[in-house]
Ligand binder design. Structure first.
Ligand SMILES: Cc1cc2nc3c(=O)[nH]c(=O)nc-3n(C[C@H](O)[C@H](O)[C@H](O)COP(=O)(O)O)c2cc1C
Length: 282
């Protein structure tokens, strides 16, 4: 599915650069060829690519950084944000926020190996409290990161509603000084992005679920006047390519997920595909 996403995004020119999903480094490093296979769909479009990695074992992480340097990448982002229980069981992802000094030590070692690439972090505002930012952000700055991506929820808040997300981002911006903070959290529209930019003073925004719903969202936020959101075109490209290119096979399950993201679970498009009955609104 990811290679297909990249191809469609490249074809429709929906982004100017990529940050990959995280590559988890657990008990061993990847073979060079395996790593290249993961990265190639992103680099194939000729756009700058930041590779996101996640791992606790310093030696394995550093070895992976060396491998990645040999590929045509713009930088590395460390994920200290993922709230998945599976990921956190071994202290990875968001769990790492509980040990800012270890984060700093790991980042510092990576920085030494990566003087000419961008180095950044993906954070949540804390593990269980946004007050933890007071230690977490200085730890990242001590390793001279180039920018910080901050999702405003804490790890334990998962995707629950929070009332003071913007205030947290504002504090993150204060703590980061001259290092740019890219804000994340519930950016579904241009207005959401503008509000975050103005109220929190972030240098940029990042959108995840919003982009799945509206593939033109980045372009809209950048100020392009996109007249239509031709979601049918996106869906058509996915299903045609999925059928014609066996290596990028797009299963029915993925197409259903795509339709659910694009149009919503109660849309006629999703219901037609899945056989689900449209729920009458009361
Ligand atoms: C399907 C999905 C996959 C995600 N994968 C990653 C990931 O690999 N790395 C990462 O830093 N964040 C990942 N995220 C988290 C998002 O980057 C983002 O922080 C979070 O979804 C909140 O932003 P949103 O409200 O714009 O969705 C993922 C989110 C979703 C919904």
């Amino acid at each position: 599915m990811i290679p297909l996403y990249c191809r469609v995004f490249h074809q429709l020119k929906l982004t100017d650069y990529w940050m990959t999903p995280f590559i988890r480094i657990s008990n061993s490093t990847f073979k060079d060829a395996a790593l290249k296979k993961i990265i190639t769909p992103f680099t194939a479009g000729g756009l700058p690519v930041i590779v996101q990695i996640m791992g606790r074992d310093t030696e394995l992480v550093l070895a992976t950084v060396e491998q990645l340097k040999a590929l045509d990448i713009a930088g590395i982002n460390l994920n200290f944000a993922c709230p998945s229980r599976k990921v956190m069981r071994k202290g990875n992802g968001g769990k790492a926020l509980l040990e800012p000094e270890n984060m700093a030590a790991l980042l510092d070692k990576i920085r030494q190996r990566l003087p000419n690439h961008s180095l950044s972090v993906k954070l949540r505002s804390g593990y269980s409290s946004a007050d933890e930012m007071e230690q977490i952000i200085p730890a990242c700055l001590s390793a001279d990161v180039d920018f910080i991506v901050m999702h405003y929820r804490t790890v334990t808040e998962l995707y629950l509603p929070v009332s003071n997300g913007i205030k947290r981002l504002r504090r993150a911006v204060e703590l980061s000084g001259t290092v740019p903070v890219i804000g994340s959290g519930d950016i579904f529209t241009v207005a959401d992005a503008e509000q975050m930019g103005q109220a929190a003073g972030v240098a940029g925004v990042i959108t995840a679920r919003g982009l799945l719903r509206d593939p033109w969202l980045i372009r809209r936020i950048q100020g392009e006047k996109i007249k239509t959101t031709d979601k049918e075109l996106v869906f058509k490209l996915f299903s045609e390519r999925g059928q014609s290119e066996s290596e990028f096979a797009c299963s029915r399950g993925y197409l259903l997920e795509l339709a659910r993201n694009l149009w919503g679970i109660n849309s006629h498009q999703f219901c037609q595909l899945s056989g689900r009955k449209i729920k009458e609104s009361k």
